[in-house]
Structures are given as structure tokens and as C-alpha cells.
Design a protein around this ligand. Structure first.
Ligand SMILES: Cc1cc2nc3c(=O)[nH]c(=O)nc-3n(C[C@H](O)[C@H](O)[C@H](O)COP(=O)(O)OP(=O)(O)OC[C@H]3O[C@@H](n4cnc5c(N)ncnc54)[C@H](O)[C@@H]3O)c2cc1C
Length: 254
């Protein structure tokens, strides 16, 4: 029994399962959430990701990593994909992949960039662009568990039109006690915005994050340059490096 239990759990993650697309939701002009039904899905923690693998008729295969953007829900796994212009996989997933189509899924992957609903430290989430995906899984898991852990989300986007999960985030801020969301705009700020467009900086994290004395758990996700800038700022502000967890959305395999 014991001999099979551990290898069984490990091989779970290494196994490619044939999933099907069962639903899709457009998030922005260039991003959509794909809802996959994955047979025998072993469950996941908010923050983990999966690998998706596509196989062409001639046998050519391409695999890419995508964060899971919703908490565990039986065999359903949601990922939210941003189009990378000229990319091989993301335009296919957004334009060609249709409900009923198969895709291979491997996961869940990642044991470090995880928030557990039993964690009690205040949480700072900092997302850039599609980096909101695993952070949204955490926001949703907090809600689903009825957690009262204070969450602050700082979300950097190009324009208001690029906000993923916009309606839901508005609802969550209204209904989920202890969740604050701040939007920062890099290209075009909506009218009445307190700040003009800018890249995230010290003042933003000082104002909208937590003081390091509260020992918050910080999760930073987005393009590599964004993540490195934010992590450096947080450490510079006095957050202990071990409390600053990062996930970089560079090209898969980089
Ligand atoms: C752990 C992890 C989790 C990820 N989660 C998500 C997610 O939740 N949502 C999501 O949309 N993406 C996510 N990504 C990125 C994703 O894996 C792919 O890299 C992305 O979809 C591009 O794949 P592609 O085949 O379309 O482009 P490719 O054909 O791989 O690349 C085309 C060109 O674009 C460049 N490029 C590739 N990826 C990026 C990128 N992310 N940013 C800027 N330039 C890039 C390449 O260098 C290349 O020049 C994640 C990556 C990692 C490592």
C-alpha cells in the first residue's frame, strides 16, 4: 500500500490527461478563460499551474504553462490565456480551440507560489497583466472558504479595457469583507483616476501594500521584468525576501 501511495501521487502530476474544453469566457479583447474538464483531476491549490499540450495531425507537439485561475471545483480546471502576437500556442487556444475539443493537461504544478486557505498572515497580491490569473484563484479561494484574512490586490494594467475579471472584482470588493483592490494604469488611465499612467513604483507599493512590520505574505506575478521590479521594491521597503513569492510569466521553458 505504502509503496504505491507516494509514487502514485507523484506520477499524478507527471501524467498527461486528455481534457476537453467545456466553456470559455472572453475576459478582454485579447484574453479568455478556458474551462477544461479533466478526468480524475487530483485537485490543486490556489497559485499552481498546469501544462497544456497540443498535438498536430503530423504528430508535432507544443506545450505551454498556464496558471489555474479558479479554486478547486471537481474535475473543472480554469486557465486564463492572453494572446501573445505571433505566438504558437496562445492564438490557437484563443481563436481555434472550441468547446468539445481535446487538449492534454499535466498538473497541478508548483509547490511554492501557493496560498492556503488556512494561512492567517495578511496577503499582498501584485499582478501585472495576465499575472492576475493565479492571484484571482487566491481571491476566489478566500471567498469560497469564508476566510477573513485581509487581502490587498495591486493590479497593473495598460488600460481599463485590459482588466481581467472586471465585473467580478467589483463585486468582490463590495461583498468580500477585507479585500481591497487598487488599479494602476501604464498607458491610459480612466477619467477621474487619482494618478496618471505610470509603471509601478515604490510609492504605489508603499501606499497600497502592507507595512513590512505586519509580516504579510506577498505574491507577485506577471512578466519577468515586472516581477523583478516589484520584488526588489518590496525587499527595499523592508519585506523579508522569503515572504515575497514570485511567479514569472516569461516564455515557457525560459
Ligand atoms: C509558470 C508559468 C505560468 C504561466 N501562466 C500563464 C497564464 O496564466 N496566462 C498566460 O496567458 N500565459 C501564461 N504563461 C505564459 C505561457 O506559458 C506562454 O509563454 C504564452 O502563452 C506564449 O505562448 P505562445 O506559444 O503563444 O508564444 P511562443 O510561440 O512561445 O512565443 C512567441 C514569441 O513571444 C515571446 N513570448 C512568449 N511568451 C511570452 C510572454 N509570456 N510574454 C512576452 N513575450 C512572450 C517569445 O519569446 C517569442 O518571441 C505562463 C508561463 C509560465 C512559465
Amino acid at each position: 500500500m505504502a509503496r504505491t501511495a507516494v509514487p502514485g501521487r507523484l506520477s499524478n502530476r507527471a501524467t498527461w490527461r486528455v481534457a476537453r474544453l467545456v466553456d470559455r469566457r472572453q475576459e478582454t479583447e485579447t484574453a479568455a478563460t478556458l474551462v477544461l474538464e479533466v478526468p480524475d483531476w487530483p485537485g490543486h491549490q490556489p497559485g499552481q499551474h498546469v501544462d497544456l499540450r497540443l498535438t498536430a495531425d503530423d504528430g508535432y507537439q507544443a506545450a505551454r504553462s498556464y496558471s489555474i485561475s479558479a479554486p478547486v471545483d471537481g474535475d473543472r480546471v480554469e486557465v486564463t490565456v492572453q494572446r501573445v502576437p505571433e505566438g504558437e500556442v496562445s492564438p490557437y487556444l484563443l481563436d481555434v480551440f472550441t468547446v468539445g475539443d481535446p487538449v492534454e493537461v499535466r498538473g497541478p504544478i508548483g509547490g511554492y507560489f501557493i496560498w492556503r486557505v488556512t494561512d492567517t498572515a495578511p496577503v499582498l497580491l501584485v499582478g501585472g497583466g495576465s499575472g492576475i490569473a493565479p492571484l484571482m484563484a487566491m481571491v476566489r479561494a478566500r471567498r469560497a472558504a469564508g476566510s477573513r484574512v485581509p487581502f490587498r490586490l495591486v493590479y497593473s494594467v495598460r488600460t481599463e479595457r485590459d482588466i481581467y475579471f472586471a465585473d467580478e472584482l467589483r463585486r468582490r470588493v463590495r461583498d468580500d469583507q477585507g479585500l481591497d483592490v487598487t488599479y494602476l494604469y501604464t498607458r491610459e488611465a480612466p477619467e477621474g483616476s487619482p494618478a496618471s499612467p505610470h509603471r509601478i513604483g515604490v510609492a504605489d507599493l508603499n501606499t497600497h501594500g502592507w507595512p513590512p512590520q505586519l509580516e504579510p505574505a506577498c505574491y507577485v506575478c506577471g512578466p519577468t521584468g515586472f516581477v523583478e521590479t516589484v520584488a526588489d521594491i518590496l525587499v527595499g521597503l523592508g519585506h523579508e525576501p522569503r515572504r515575497v513569492r514570485t511567479e514569472r510569466f516569461g516564455p515557457t521553458g525560459a
